[in-house]
Design a protein around this ligand. Structure first.
Ligand code: UDP
Ligand code: MG
Length: 175
């Protein structure tokens, strides 16, 4: 394939509260430079219970879900850490490149030089504190970007949008 026809992928990366507690934000950004991708959206988010339930929909019936909520919302670490950083990255093979740099879900099984292998741990409640989230497929990237970002928070229109009028203002929403 030539440069012009290579298909870009999009992926959601979240620096979870333990990344902030451990002062890893700069380090993690530097690690992702290796993948030669581009950041097209970025923000700080205070994570609600509803957002965790939607984001981790596939885990909602797991016995550890409440402990996962405590971790992902940052409640485990106190009010100063009740936040995450969310990014949308764009580029060729973005999803697999990012997953490789992130490492396996279980930090004890992750490649020791991956982000999760180097900095993750399993906490006293058994939750895998693995520093970052990253989308695992094009389908989940689309679902997650829709959940975490409004269209006007990303510098280009990566999925279809529509204009709707709310309180006499025109706003752009995902289709
Ligand atoms: N998780 C956990 N224990 C498990 C499975 C998942 O603590 O047995 C947590 C872990 O923080 C993980 C997140 O739930 O990153 C989401 O799980 P998923 O299976 O989607 O893994 P990921 O896509 O993050 O690698
Ligand atoms: Mg996942």
């Amino acid at each position: 394939m030539t440069e012009a026809t290579k298909k870009d992928q999009y992926t959601l990366i979240i620096m979870k509260p333990d990344a902030l507690v451990k002062s890893l934000t700069g380090n993690i950004l530097a690690r992702f430079l290796e993948a030669r991708l581009r950041i097209i959206g970025a923000k700080v988010v205070k994570v609600s219970r509803e957002l965790v339930e939607q984001h981790y929909e596939h885990l909602i019936d797991e016995p550890f879900f409440n402990d996962l909520y405590e971790y992902f919302s940052g409640k485990t670490y106190g009010p100063n850490y009740e936040r995450v950083l969310a990014f949308v990255y764009e580029g060729e093979d973005a999803i697999s490149k990012v997953r490789r740099i992130a490492g396996a879900t279980n930090p004890l099984e992750a490649d020791p030089i991956s982000i999760r292998g180097a900095y993750g741990r399993i906490n006293k409640k058994g939750v895998m504190e693995n520093v970052i989230h990253c989308s695992d497929s094009e389908e989940s990237a689309k679902k997650e970007v829709h959940l975490w970002f409004d269209p006007d928070e990303i510098i280009k229109e990566i999925y279809p949008t529509k204009k709707v009028v709310k309180n006499n203002y025109e706003v752009i929403e995902w289709v």
